[in-house]
Design a protein around this ligand. Sequence first.
Ligand SMILES: [Zn+2]
Length: 146
Amino acid sequence: MKKTHQRFKVMSSGLMINRGNPLLRASPDALVACRCCGKGLLEIKCPYKENLKTTTGEEFAREGKYHLKIGENSTVHLKHTSQWYTQIQAQLAVTQYSWCDFVVFTQKEPHITIERIKYNKIHFEKEYARALNFYDKFVLPKLMEM
Ligand SMILES: [Zn+2]
């Protein structure tokens, strides 16, 4: 990233609270910033179950594993049906950042793949409505019983 962005840096992140709704919170793995793109979030996933030492992120993507798929020019993409994609969209909605660098780390070189994922308002609002529905139907009745 330092080769392709100006003054790229990674900063630690704590718990971030939404300004409009303090119940909405996120803990991104880190924050990133550069002079050319501004500030964004960082989310890192480390596939650990199998073949971590012998398989790259690109190879996982070619097999359709770990929520990954392969795109043009052998770029690695997170599937939009993945819960990781929803997690990233929720983090972006809560923090009001517009993009997140999604990193897959493995122990086989080149070790990491990076995809810059933009905020997808339609996806977030659909999933947020589902979460609210779940809360109303199942969580709230249990809380009222207590
Ligand atoms: Zn940049």
